[in-house]
Design a protein around this ligand. Structure first.
Ligand code: SF4
Length: 308
């Protein structure tokens, strides 16, 4: 049996990537909505072990053209440059090497240190923006302000890295819907990420957010409100050469058993009008629906979706 430390999570678009676990868990681990690493204490892995895994990964993923570094915030590790160089050596044909990173980590590392990681072979960072609204970020205990998100994202871009921002639809609930949508667009405008990826918040069983929701401190949005939020976000977006993707099943909306929405996709600003049209048509369809309108939150509550 091959000994290999498979990371438990990766972004959806890294499904075909060779996965290299450099750390275990999340050094922050306090976001109210996140249950990913709740039972795990953060642990950097020894350089020797990681290098051994990279050597093994060449055989596990012989056709991989992309490599993803896990878990949630590995770039701050003292050995990260050496690890990335080793990945580059063992996967010489890799088209991209990417990692999750917290905005505060990118901010702390700064453009000069990030440029060294870029030179070593890192090409892209995936950052959970979640929201550009200060109150929403504080409520969710994200541990970063909109200014931190801008500073971290800007440092990554200045270092020559591609930047993928994840925006969490529903993060502000009913009460901060407008501020969350507009604030998130303004942070994206300030940084101009290469990718914006939308995923929809599901209040997971056992999460701290569920406790807040049960105490009436968070009011989740209905399916049509989620679409209105995406529309407001898109209306305020003013970015160039940026790909917007909704590459997660949590974005899906059904009428009875028919899927009527799977998110918007396209290049900005080129395809903005088309994406607005998709949203307007879906909103109209939902307003006239005779059947039951369902989103991933409702499906999760009913036990019809279990894995997020
Ligand atoms: S969302 Fe990211 S930063 Fe927050 S606890 Fe989860 S892994 Fe850590």
């Amino acid at each position: 049996m091959v000994e290999y430390d498979f990371p438990p999570f990766r972004p959806p678009n890294e499904a075909s990537s060779a996965l290299i676990r450099v750390t275990r868990g999340c050094p922050w681990n306090r976001c109210l909505f996140c249950t990913m690493y709740k039972t795990l204490s953060f642990q950097p892995r020894p350089l020797k072990e990681v290098k051994k895994d990279i050597d093994t990964a060449v055989h596990i993923y012989p056709r991989a053209r992309t490599v993803f570094i896990a878990d949630s915030d590995s770039l701050a590790m003292k050995d990260s440059e050496q690890i990335i160089r080793h990945i580059r050596t063992r996967f010489p044909h890799a088209e991209r090497i990417t990692s999750y990173a917290r905005a505060t980590t990118l901010m702390r590392l700064g453009a000069a240190r990030l440029a060294k990681l870029r030179q070593a072979g890192l090409t892209r960072v995936h950052v959970g923006l979640e929201s550009g609204d200060a109150e929403t970020l504080a409520f969710l205990r994200k541990g970063a302000t909109p200014q931190d998100m801008i500073a971290g994202g800007t440092a990554a871009k200045a270092a020559g890295l591609e930047l993928s921002f994840y925006v969490l639809i529903g993060a502000g609930g009913k009460d901060r819907l407008t501020e969350h949508a507009v604030g998130s667009a303004l942070v994206c405008n300030a940084v101009n990420p290469d990718f914006i990826r939308l995923r929809t918040l599901i209040v997971q069983h056992g999460s701290l957010l569920e406790e807040k929701m049960n105490a009436g401190q968070y009011r989740p949005t209905a399916p049509s409100e989620k679409l209105s939020e995406v529309k407001l976000f898109l209306e305020h977006l003013d970015v160039q050469d940026c790909e917007l993707a909704s590459d997660h099943h949590t974005n899906t909306i059904w009428v009875d058993t028919t899927i009527v929405y799977q998110g918007i996709h396209g290049m900005l600003p080129l395809e903005k009008n088309h994406m607005m049209e998709v949203l307007n048509q879906t909103l109209q369809r939902l307003s006239q629906a005779r059947g039951e309108v369902l989103d991933a939150t409702i499906m999760y509550e009913r036990g019809m979706i279990t894995s997020l």
